[in-house]
Design a protein around this ligand. Structure first.
Ligand code: ATP
Ligand code: MG
Length: 776
């Protein structure tokens, strides 16, 4: 067999065409698992083996570092380590950083420029807004950061933004943008969005630079093209060069090959636009398009489920994706009573599958919508000892927001804990700057007293501004106030007090930054950790002899009233969990189960997939209910999730899931209803929980009677306005009846209300926008 035949073996007709195509720009559009990524890797091999292309002449762009690594692996398997290493197989960001390290000096940046992550750039924007004396209520720095990022993704510079600005908001934004860029530049730094934008600018301003890279990269390939934003598109365009450029005799355009699937576009919130796919032929008039229709990844059952779901999105061309793999086993469905039962089911099932030898741990993936959901799974994995790893997310107890709150708790438990104290000194921001901190530190050293004591005598510290003295005094007063409440409170109550009294939560809740939204979710989860701890603590004392369980370490003997754990107990327990949180390495265990969000799963495949948290309000995410465009994006995410599975697919949901320590009854995800009933084998079709008062379980939606809406009540219709609530207002809730508002927190869509329904039902927390409540 010739090497050409070898390379083309195992490809179908259209795939071969795509691999061997030369010349005009090529677009490959196809559904999930149809071999798009495989075509890219084979194309690279073919270019080198048959067309004499050197590895250094190829730039292959992937969307995430994980995908880049996987592509490298595939190329390495085909062509060996050296080829894989000399070729640029990387994300847009990494490719741009490489270019900028060489070239950014032309724009006055040091070649060792710093890259600001989102926390750094948010901090800088805050400083900028302060410098401009902007009222943070009217011009929130977080929102400015977000908007500047959008402008950069659209390649709008600050001059243009200023020209286009009409409202005062827009004018201030443009000004802040300019100052922000100036400060970045002075610091020799770029933020994430700059990496792409500055590279494009560089290409446009210095034709010789553009020419150098055009000469170098004769082949440009982009995977997951549906998730490119405008700046990335412009980068590709500049790099490839247009036909006009060849007319002027510069460099002939490079060969471009992009692959994508509009149904898998899941990054619109970051500025990605499927326009880039839809209008490829307009952008590159000589383009050729190849369609792939055969799916090689999944069984027909899995494909049919995914097709049926994505079919509900409007205005998409119908796809005819089919598989030769046979129907395969039915999809397994499971309705758990709560999220812990769900996790127990999932982990139990994985345990069984691996024991039987059906799959190895590394062949299994567990997906969820938001990072916060990983915590419950982590706990069960740790307890059962099944090896696992979390992709993308920082482990729960290592997350910044969790560490911040833990630091507060530690200071409350031990005021001399200097490390924790200094961590929270200015978190959330309260005007205690580095200089003030330094002055306190010097004073402590001089007086030979602890940092904590020096803080209490801050007014004696030399060289400290009056404003800082006041800020420190407010801070210590806040700590005193919190500390006073500790003896009479449960750990969960202490956590909640810290979250609200410090302003930590409201700062996040007001932010428009999506990362902050997930921080809020993580904190919500943390309140649940504390509450659960209280329950298990009580149960532990009742059920187990104290020396048989690791948890006995958390029980100082004889000092406790059962059911009344203290803050110190809670902290001890957490350090235990956080310690066992050390995950064994993938290599010495023969593989680990992968846990990740659906967003991180794009492009990957696994023999067995667990799609968890399939509840309306979780997935689709609450933020998206009632917004058609956003719901469609959630549906594409469901399509991505379903199509990761090769043979075994599980879908599960919990009837009740804790949110803010109170159970929330979520109806089954509408995406479950959209899967044809005949494809799902419900291992457990209904929860055994009794409905909360005044509503029956009946009225299940869709197949098999699952997905009952009990407790959650009907979804608020898209058009219906959420009531504006104030403390003391009387409301009526569809399930719980009359109640009085005790607390209102947050703004806009994130407004939460705590409502007291009287002695039987007690207090419950709601997101006002989605709760079936009416103001009376
Ligand atoms: P996604 O849209 O999820 O990114 P994709 O279109 O990139 O999917 P690939 O990951 O390239 O699909 O391929 C899916 C699976 O099908 C892979 O395991 C791949 O090796 C296999 N495959 C693709 N084409 C063929 C073929 N012609 N013969 C056998 N297996 C194939
Ligand atoms: Mg792919």
């Amino acid at each position: 067999m010739s090497s050409q035949e070898q390379l083309l073996e195992g490809l179908n007709g259209p795939q071969r065409d795509a691999v061997t195509h030369s010349g005009a720009p090529l677009l490959i559009v196809a559904g999930a698992g149809s071999g798009k990524t495989r075509v890219l890797t084979h194309r690279i091999a073919h270019l080198m083996a048959e067309r004499g292309v050197r590895p250094g002449e190829i730039l292959a762009i992937t969307f995430t570092n994980k995908a880049a690594a996987e592509m490298k692996e595939r190329i390495q398997a085909l062509l060996g380590v050296r080829a894989a290493n000399t070729m640029w197989t990387m994300t847009f960001h990494s490719a741009c950083v490489r270019i900028l390290r060489r070239e950014a000096h032309r724009l006055g940046y040091p070649s060792s420029f710093t890259i600001y992550d989102s926390a750094d750039s948010a901090r800088l924007m805050q400083l900028v807004c302060k410098e401009m004396d902007l009222d943070p209520k009217r011009f929130p720095p977080k929102s400015f950061s977000f908007q500047v990022s959008n402008l950069k993704n659209e390649l709008v510079d600050y001059d243009t933004a200023a020209e286009q600005a009409q409202t005062e908001q827009e004018k201030k934004l443009a000004e802040a943008y300019q100052l922000y860029q100036r400060r970045l530049h002075e610091a020799g730094a770029m933020d994430f969005d700059d990496l792409i934008m500055v590279t494009v600018n560089l290409f446009q301003m210095f034709p010789d630079v553009a020419e150098y890279y055009r000469r170098r990269f004769r082949h440009v390939m982009v995977d997951e093209y549906q998730d490119t934003n405008h700046a990335q598109y412009a980068f590709v365009r500049e790099l490839v060069g247009a036909a006009e450029d060849s007319d002027t005799g510069v460099v002939p355009p490079a060969e471009l090959c992009v692959v994508g699937d509009a149904d898998q576009s899941i990054y619109a919130f970051r500025g990605a636009t499927i326009r880039n796919i839809l209008e490829f032929e307009r952008d590159f008039p000589s383009a050729r398009t190849i369609l792939l229709e055969q799916n090689y990844r999944s069984t027909q059952n899995i494909l049919s489920a995914a097709n049926a779901v994505i079919d509900r999105n409007e205005g998409r061309p119908a796809k005819n994706l089919w598989s030769e793999q046979g129907d395969g086993p039915a999809i397994t469905g499971y309705v758990a009573d709560n999220e812990h039962d769900e996790a127990a089911f999932v982990v139990g099932e994985i345990d069984k599958l691996t024991d039987e030898g059906t799959v190895t741990p590394s062949q299994v993936a567990v997906f969820y919508r938001t990072n916060a959901q990983s915590r419950v799974f982590e706990d069960v994995f740790i307890r059962t000892g099944l090896p696992y790893k979390i992709v993308g997310g920082v482990r729960f107890y290592e997350r910044k927001e969790i560490r911040d709150i833990l630091a507060y708790l530690r200071v409350l438990a031990n005021p001399e804990d200097t490390v924790s104290l200094r961590r929270i000194l200015n978190v959330p921001k309260r005007g205690i700057g580095a200089r003030a901190e330094e002055a306190v530190e010097l004073f402590a050293a001089r007086e030979r007293i602890s940092f904590s004591r020096a803080l209490r005598r801050v007014d004696e510290a030399p060289g400290i501004a009056t404003r800082s003295v006041k800020a420190v005094q407010n801070f210590t007063a806040l700590l005193d106030e919190l500390a006073e409440a500790v003896p009479g409170s449960t750990p969960a109550e202490v956590v909640e007090a810290v979250l609200s009294k410090t302003g930590y939560l409201s700062e996040l809740a007001e932010s428009k930054d999506l990362q902050d939204e997930s921080r809020v979710e993580n904190l919500e989860e943390f309140v649940d950790v504390a509450r659960e701890f209280e329950h298990t603590f009580a149960a532990l004392l009742e059920e187990e002899p104290p020396d048989e369980d690791e948890e006995d370490g958390a029980v100082p003997s004889g000092t406790l009233d059962p059911g009344e754990p203290t803050l110190v107990d809670f902290l001890e327990r957490i350090s235990l969990v956080a310690d066992t949180d050390q995950i064994p390495d993938a290599d010495d265990t023969g593989g680990v189960v992968t846990l990740m969000t659906l967003h991180a799963a794009k492009g990957l495949e696994f023999p067995a997939v667990f799609l968890t948290g399939m509840e309306d309000g979780v997935f689709p995410h609450t933020r998206t209910l009632g917004d058609k465009t956003q719901l469609e994006e959630e549906r594409r995410l469901a399509y991505v999730g379903l199509t990761r599975a090769q043979r075994l697919l599980y879908v599960s949901r919990a009837a009740v899931r804790s949110a803010w320590g109170t159970p929330s009854y979520n109806p089954g995800s509408r995406f479950l209803d959209e899967i044809p009933a005949s494809l799902v084998d419900w291992r457990r079709a209904e929860s055994s929980l009794a409905a909360p008062p005044s509503r029956g379980i009946g009225g299940g939606r869709g197949s098999g009677g699952f997905g009952s809406t009990f407790g959650g009540g009907p979804r608020r219709g898209a058009g219906k306005e959420a009531p504006t609530l104030g403390v003391g207002d009387l409301v009526n809730h569809d399930s719980f009846g009359m109640g009085r508002v005790q607390l209102v927190e947050g703004t806009g869509d994130k407004t939460k209300a705590r409502i007291d329904f009287g002695a039987d039902i007690g207090e419950k927390d709601f997101l006002v926008k989605y709760a079936p409540i009416e103001k009376l």
